[in-house]
Design a protein around this ligand. Structure first.
Ligand code: T3D
Length: 260
């Protein structure tokens, strides 16, 4: 499929997905949803891809829902009543796909992320942010909506309730340094180091056994809603799977050979 709103390339097992609507800070429109669905399916199915990086073209990462398209939807007969359905059919599957795939995703946050653009970043497994970039969680409140696409879940899980509430209401620009202090991102770097850092992490992830990384991603994701008892049981179950991979035995042998 040829993409209009995305750039897609794969280099040495690392897929780079660039949201490419720079004139509107890479806001999501219908075309982008169709293309994202396709590209995520490709990443999932392509055995040559081990890790994916998501970034934005131009000065923004992603400004959330394209408001021009949102207004056009309101002019349709169902009007604002269709927003729940729009979330269920477009945003929610995208966020769940990022979380449920065993392949790790890195958000390379090159510039401002607003609304569902923040949710997209938080759904990834690792985040590196330009020191000049920011999160605008209160973009939702400013248009009289609540945070969606997972932000009401990710924000308190990562930053705690009080900070989540503050970010969603009072903070116009949550700057990169505060995002780091709050645990919303893994690293803050100069703008020209965002992609090199993401690439370096991707190289290191690719060097690890993919199945084990995928299973640990599943375990951590589920642990966010599990009790300790449930996590212990789930770990034991997934460890059975991990231990049956050839890489497990090979790597134990290799370690012991180096010692012996
Ligand atoms: O199912 C559903 O539809 C519900 C889902 C909702 C999910 C959501 O994401 S709701 C929240 C939607 N997003 C926003 O409300 C953010 C709107 N944008 C902004 O608040 C600001 O643009 C930013 C804080 C992100 C950046 O500000 P700044 O000053 O750096 O840039 P700017 O000048 O405002 O924007 C640059 C251009 O991008 C500008 O166009 P122009 O004037 O150069 O022709 C602006 O209109 C355009 N743009 C930015 N965000 C959007 C957008 N165009 C359409 N939709 C946008 N979201």
């Amino acid at each position: 499929m040829a993409y209009e709103t995305l750039l897609y390339e794969v280099q040495e097992g690392i897929a780079i997905i660039t949201l490419n609507r720079p004139d509107v800070l890479n806001a999501f429109n219908e075309q982008m949803f169709r293309e994202l669905q396709d590209v995520l399916r490709t990443v999932e199915r392509d055995e040559a891809v081990h890790v994916a990086i998501v970034t934005g073209a131009g000065r923004g990462f992603c400004a959330g829902q394209d408001l021009t398209e949102m207004r056009a939807r309101y002019e349709q007969p169902e009007g604002a009543g269709s927003i729940g359905e729009h979330l269920r059919s477009r945003y929610n599957p995208l966020i769940l796909r990022l979380r449920n795939t065993e392949k790790p995703f890195i958000a390379a946050i090159n510039g401002v992320a607003a609304g569902a653009g923040c949710s997209l970043a938080l759904a990834c497994d690792l985040r590196v942010m330009a020191e000049t970039a920011s999160f605008v969680f209160n973009a939702f409140a400013k248009i009289s909506l609540i945070p969606d696409s997972g932000s009401t879940w990710f924000l308190p899980h990562l930053a705690g309730y009080a900070r989540a509430f503050e970010a969603a209401t009072l903070i116009d620009r949550l700057e990169a340094s505060r995002a780091l202090a709050w645990g919303l991102v893994n690293a803050v770097v100069p703008p020209d180091q965002v992609m090199p850092t993401a690439q370096e992490w991707a190289d290191r992830l690719r060097a690890l056994p993919g199945r084990a990384v995928g299973l640990l991603k599943r375990a951590l994701h589920r642990a966010m809603t599990f009790t300790l008892e449930q996590s212990l049981d789930y770990e034991a179950h997934l460890q059975e799977v991990a231990a049956r991979t050839p890489e497990h035995r090979e790597r134990v042998e290799a370690f012991l050979r180096r010692r012996g």
